[in-house]
Design a protein around this ligand. Sequence first.
Ligand SMILES: Nc1ccn([C@@H]2O[C@H](COP(=O)(O)OP(=O)(O)OP(=O)(O)O)[C@@H](O)[C@H]2O)c(=O)n1
Ligand SMILES: C[C@](O)(CO)[C@H](O)COP(=O)(O)O
Length: 232
Amino acid sequence: MTAQQRMRGDVAVLVPAAGQGIRLGPGGPKALRSLRGEPLLVHAVRRVAAAPCVGCVVVAAPADSVAAVRDLLSSVHEHVELLVVAGGTTRQESVAAALGAVPDRYDIVLVHDAARALTPPELVERVAAAVRDGHAAVIPALPVVDTIKHVQPNGEVLATLDRSALRAAQTPQGFLRSVLVEAHAAAVDDHTDDAGMAEKMGVPVWTVPGEELALKITRPLDLAIAELLLDR
Ligand SMILES: Nc1ccn([C@@H]2O[C@H](COP(=O)(O)OP(=O)(O)OP(=O)(O)O)[C@@H](O)[C@H]2O)c(=O)n1
Ligand SMILES: C[C@](O)(CO)[C@H](O)COP(=O)(O)O
């Protein structure tokens, strides 16, 4: 057995998918919205499950759609264990619900947005590999392309930030399971990402290169862009 084969299936991926998608506009929960005929969640889980390191996917679905989501994903996850739980009213609650369902044998847990439906399996592998290499918390990150201003509530610019040191954080974010459990136990719901919670506990967070295809489908134009990117 090769080293790569030994690594197969040692990672659990949480996929929070219970958001309303308010910024995308009317049309139901975002993860269930269609991208060229299939829900965003199906696109996302198919790509996650294609990463050889993944053994288990836990989806946090809208509370009234748990059974429907299980059906929807029944043909998408042939090689992985799939669990579906009810999500909460915030992303953090949804992640915590999914984390609580991860089988005991997984020591590495990744947290991924259903909204990043085009994320390539290679990024899942890259993040998991960095955790295996000894980093307790890992995020994929991209350099920012715009000049970033710190702006006051009244609209006046306070400062221009040094862009060379700034990165946009993506998912999947990877953790030693014990770190993610502790971070969620300690966290107040302040809209940070999972790595932000680990950071607040003093855990060093490591970056790996992100992927433009891992864009978060947030607004209507993002959905149109994703449609164009689907064949890439
Ligand atoms: N209560 C929530 C809120 C968000 N999410 C998930 O967290 C991911 C990232 O959230 P975002 O893209 O902000 O989605 P929404 O919260 O749905 O978007 P909006 O803020 O526009 O309503 C999404 O996959 C979303 O389904 C979740 O599982 N449970
Ligand atoms: C986790 C995340 O995708 C990292 O960029 C992001 O924080 C989630 O977005 P939200 O708008 O805060 O739900």
